[in-house]
Design a protein around this ligand. Structure first.
Ligand SMILES: [Zn+2]
Length: 265
């Protein structure tokens, strides 16, 4: 069996989490799923490739190997909604972002499966992430957590119109020191190539909200990127290296800002 996650340990206080870039579906699940589910269309495509440069920053990287359709690592194990009253997808999603069924008729997911799915796929990622946060805190006295995401730039069921390229989420100011978020926002405000927003439609999911505890030395941010900035948003899902390079330069600047913020203390 493919391991649940891949962990590459670095030397700096920065941890990059990639919970939605996994491409594996266990065989017993794939045989219950629709063709659109097996296309993995809601994947945070190419996030590991886009952030490949972070090894030069000494970052620790933890990335999921299994698809978000198996279990969503950025949702609470309890299954409760992240965005009450708004359209979203659950801890074990049963539909795509566009409301298409993931499971074949007669082979649907039932809530009685949730505990097993949590134990087998959700818990191992979170045990590892929590352990890395503790390790980094022990080594550096604090931890910077960056939860890396991307989504198609148009998903009418989830948001109106076109998503800004960069969507910074700090749980509306709760998940990191206010000075850090101000510095990140000033980097974003200091460029004009990309649209951006802080705490807009995406404020940070479970990972940002749960682990981001600035009073306890853990400063977490979520970055939700519009995929149009680095890949083809068609069935090819092709990575576009030249386009990506422009975005990467800004992402690098943001991550360097995180690292420099704390080294000044
Ligand atoms: Zn995501």
């Amino acid at each position: 069996m493919t391991p649940i996650y891949e962990l590459i340990r670095g030397t700096s206080p920065l941890i990059i989490s990639m919970p939605h870039s996994g491409l594996e579906l266990p065989a017993e699940l794939a045989e219950r799923m629709t063709p659109v589910a097996k296309s993995l269309k809601d994947t945070d495509w190419h996030i590991p490739q886009l952030y490949d440069f972070v090894k030069e920053l000494g970052a620790t990287v933890i990335k999921a190997n299994y698809s978000r359709y198996v279990v969503d690592l950025n949702r609470p194990a309890s299954g409760e909604s992240l965005y009450p009253g708004q359209a979203t997808t659950g801890t074990c999603p049963v539909i795509t972002f566009e409301d298409e069924p993931l499971y074949l008729a007669g082979k649907e997911f039932t809530d009685t499966e949730l505990p097993q799915r949590i134990a087998a796929y959700w818990q191992p990622y979170h045990y590892a992430l929590a352990a890395e946060i503790e390790r980094v805190k022990t080594e550096h006295g604090f931890c910077l957590l960056y939860d890396a995401h991307s989504i198609r730039s148009h998903v009418p069921r989830l948001f109106e119109g076109e998503l800004p390229t960069l969507n910074l989420g700090t749980a509306r100011g709760e998940s990191c020191d206010s000075e850090l978020s101000e510095k990140l926002e000033s980097v974003l405000a200091g460029q004009s190539q990309f649209q951006w927003v802080a705490n807009g439609r995406f404020v940070g999911g479970y990972i940002t909200r749960h682990y981001g505890q600035p009073d306890n030395g853990v400063h977490a941010v979520q970055m939700e990127l519009a995929q149009s900035a680095y890949m083809a948003e068609d069935d090819s899902n092709a990575y576009l290296p030249e386009k990506a390079a422009v975005l990467q330069a800004l992402l690098r600047q943001l991550l360097q800002t995180m690292l420099q913020w704390r080294s000044g203390h």
